[in-house]
Design a protein around this ligand. Sequence first.
Ligand code: RFL
Length: 394
Amino acid sequence: MVILGAGPAGLVLGNLLHGAGIDCVVLERATREHVQTRTRAGYLAEHSVRVLDRHGLAEGVHRRGQRHGVCEFRTESNRFRLDYGRLGKGEQHVVYPQHDLVTDLLTQYVGAGGRIRFGAEALAVRDADGPHPSVDVRDADGRPGRWHARYVAGCDGRHGAARRSLPAGAGRRHHRDHGVTWLGLLAEAPPSLDAVGYAIHPRGFAGHMARSAEVTRYYLQAEPGTAPDAWSEDRIWDELALRLGAAEHGPLHRGRIAQRTVVALESDVLEPLRYGSLLLAGDAASLISPSAAKGANLAVLEAELLARALTAALRHAEHSALDRYSADCLAYIWRAQEFSHWMIRLLHAEPEAAAGTGPEGGSRFQDRLRHSRIDALRTSRTQQDWFAENYVGL
Ligand code: RFL
């Protein structure tokens, strides 16, 4: 079994397959240091924690993760909090940085004797339509190699070799550019709110998400095409303060902006997630915008489903779970996409509406709908329960 990629999907899968006694190797393009320090997600759903728990992989999450169940919406006229951990099914997030999770998963996998090659870039998956696929690789010194396996798991993200190797017409790709760009910022500053903050402002969205006592993630909606370093630190903090209503609701703790990324909000789903002996999981299977913090959680869920299916196929020649794998995952993927899309439309003016060029006489119609949606969330317990269930759930 060859697994491409040492992100959450590949490493959960590797741990579970290795634990089930299946011979596997993980091929990772980057160095170990790189994957252990790449900051990305932070909010784990309870379902993900349960998966990790089931397989003895949640020790770090329980020791250092912070339970979190409140978010606060701010508009120019209003501010309200949703104690989502007490709504819906009563589930909370655990705030645990993705690179810490990746570090834990790697430590467990390597400690249990799991095989992994860093600096091994997969170039192409060959013969996936038959029972003897192989993977062409290039190591860090440029030396070529080839791995043979019964199955290949493509957990190498959206731009990885697994997706690239699918022949034209192997499936359908559903792509949506949401027309919204975020500046993703990691600030060396303590959180300024005791909640996830969503500011819905005429100048654009701003988000606040605690990462730890010393580090906070912020998002600022910016013009599409904005370069990561286009804004000075002062401009960033002033804009965050304005959109989050700091003058009214309390100042922000400022600090050095340690990292900036530009995130274009996109969705991209492949159907099916299986092509013969090649199976996709995580971002390789479906990219989801980070507006609802679902990507890493879907990756963990899919990895467990795939591990179960592959174990049944490889150990017991029982193929029904593998045959169902794609359909089972896609049900979760589309539900998450739907909620993420709803969040995008809650948090941002429609791009054409913001530009005043929409077909419905400029910006007003969509904008009024958006405000009505926020109002429903503020006032209707039914809406709040629905939100909570979808926000934390999968
Ligand atoms: P990853 O984590 O991208 O790992 C893929 C691995 O594959 C390697 N690779 C290759 N290896 C060998 N050969 C090749 N040709 C290769 N090409 C790539 C890469 O080096 C990498 O190590 O994918 P995976 O495992 O599918 O995990 C997906 C998650 O990383 C992703 O969905 C989340 O980070 C999304 N996301 C969030 N998800 C959440 O559930 N909660 C959050 O709070 C959350 N916040 C976020 C996010 C994503 C963000 N970015 C990156 C847009 C916040 C941000 C800013």
